[in-house]
Design a protein around this ligand. Structure first.
Ligand code: NAD
Length: 473
């Protein structure tokens, strides 16, 4: 790989010049054909499939240790699947939608045409730096746009690689990667994009929306929050424990969709803990050396997580480590915390690590009330075989997305809208939703030569009066 001397320029005027270059290029090609868009998606597909090992190695370097299987399973696979899906369906998504016309306007016709917006800004976090850049980019390209992507300052090795790969597969006036610190991210968010898609924390999401407001740039905010997992009274507890543990341990809990905490029947607590312990030992024996278990991204985050545990202990919680940690390698073992209460940071902040507070309930409605009383989460997981109760839960709680009887997997369904609600985000993307979010859906009315409008024109007399009396019924 080349050093960063060929880096796309980042700060101030250079960033603005790059934006203007993309905007001019967009004006030259305001509506790429379906074939052109498929060719762009093909280039993205090649970028991914021809550089799998280099991508996994770069992300591994940024994490200190990121399981290469996790990178392939959770970043490359969904990215490639999303590109393939968009390639297959983009021509269908592009088709105008014909709409009905009220009797007064017949025989005019109405349709919605979907038009590229222009230059899309994408800001990605460090936890899944590939997928959270490529997913939005797939929507942007399918919708016929140009895009600039800001990679997190915590993913510098990956950021340099992606910048270099993009230059190889795309011209910078089509897709460009921008790297740099938070000041660069701030300048980036201040560009007058035609749409800005941000993935990251709720706190930074607020700042991004403020910056975008100055330009009236519409935003899609993919944020975080505390996603609950509720286990219904008669659901097999070992199955629930295994599935919660799998979702929690992916990327060592540094997943926006990670089950943040569990709500389970009081009587099932010992069985849940035993099953969770067994599952961690089966999936990740010897955590310090285990290649399948990822590291915490940096010392600051490791200290933050350790701080949650210390705070919980100091306030009377019971902490059960489900394996050995290796702080020098930033490997934090999955840890269950019991006897938690709302004064603890563990129940206040998004955990974003392999710590699982377990709360108990006597009656299921208490669990629902807890969820409804707290900020609307990005995901909700509900384990229950009773379809009526599942329906009631879906009606009574609001969350970005739901997986029933498992965790995480609603994100992998390309036809489902993906996005949070309230403090966990706004707007949706993936598949057709992403295409629509990054298109202008333009309403077009096509007047016919002969129509009723002349009957309604001045001078208003009895005729118009009679017609109006009829129209206003
Ligand atoms: P973060 O908010 O700290 O940073 C995200 C990105 O914003 C980075 O690229 C950073 O450079 C940039 N940034 C920082 N300050 C900025 C500013 N003032 N203006 C503009 N950009 C700025 O988040 P993070 O630590 O990288 O990621 C973790 C968070 O992201 C968690 O809260 C997690 O839940 C959330 N997340 C959400 C999703 C989702 O799809 N909803 C996915 C992954 C992560």
């Amino acid at each position: 790989m080349h050093a960063s001397s060929h880096e796309v320029p980042v700060a101030g005027a250079a960033l603005d010049a790059l934006f203007q270059q993309q905007r001019r290029a967009f004006r030259r090609v305001p509506y790429p054909s379906a074939n052109e868009r498929r060719a762009h998606l093909d280039a993205l597909h090649r970028l991914l499939t021809e550089n799998i090992d280099a991508i996994a190695a770069a992300i591994d370097a940024d994490f200190g240790h990121r399981s290469s299987h996790e990178t392939k399973l959770l970043e490359l696979f969904p990215s490639i699947q999303g590109v393939r899906h968009a390639k297959r369906d983009v021509a269908t998504w592009m088709r105008p939608e014909h709409k009905s016309v009220s009797a007064w306007f017949l025989p005019g016709r109405a349709k919605v045409v979907k038009q590229p917006l222009g230059v899309i800004g994408i800001i990605a976090p460090w936890n899944y730096p590939l997928y959270l850049a490529i997913g939005p980019l797939t929507s942007a390209l399918a919708a016929g746009n140009r895009a600039m992507i800001k990679i997190s300052e915590l993913s510098p090795v990956f950021g340099r690689l992606l910048a270099e790969l993009m230059r190889k597969y795309f011209s910078p006036d089509h897709v460009a990667v921008v790297n740099g610190d938070v000041d660069v991210a701030q300048a980036f968010a201040g560009l007058p994009f035609d749409h800005l898609l941000f993935t990251g924390s709720t706190a930074v999401g607020r700042q991004v929306m403020r910056a975008a407001a100055a330009n009236l740039t519409p935003v899609t905010l993919e944020l975080g929050g505390k996603s609950p997992a509720i286990i219904a009274p008669d659901f097999p507890i070992d199955v629930a424990a295994q599935r919660v543990i799998f979702g929690k341990c992916l990327n060592a809990g540094q997943t926006c969709l990670s089950p943040d905490y569990v709500l389970l029947p009081e009587t099932q607590l010992p069985a849940f803990i035993a099953a969770a312990k067994k599952e961690v030992q089966r999936l990740y024996p010897n955590i310090p050396q285990n290649p399948d278990y990822s590291a915490i991204i940096n010392d600051r985050h490791y200290a933050r997580l350790q701080g949650y545990l210390d705070d919980a202990c100091a306030n009377g919680a019971e902490v059960i480590a489900l394996g050995d940690s290796a702080p020098s390698a930033r490997k934090l073992a999955p840890t269950i915390v019991m006897r938690v209460d709302h004064t603890m940071r563990l129940l206040q902040e998004e955990i974003f690590g392999p710590i699982l507070p377990v709360l108990t309930y006597r009656e299921l409605p208490e669990a629902l009330a807890y969820v409804v009383d707290h900020p609307r989460p990005l995901a909700l997981y509900y384990f229950d075989d009773n379809a009526d109760r599942v329906d009631r839960l879906l009606q009574q709680t609001i969350a970005g997305g739901v997986t029933v009887n498992d965790t995480i997997f609603h994100i992998a369904q390309d036809e489902l809208p993906f996005g949070g609600v309230g403090p966990s985000g706004m707007g949706h993307y993936h598949g057709p939703e992403g295409f629509n979010a990054l298109s202008k859906r333009k309403g077009v009315f096509w007047q016919s030569r002969w129509n009723t409008i002349p009957l309604l024109k001045p001078p208003y007399g009895k005729r118009v009066g009679r017609l109006l009396a009829f129209m206003l019924k």
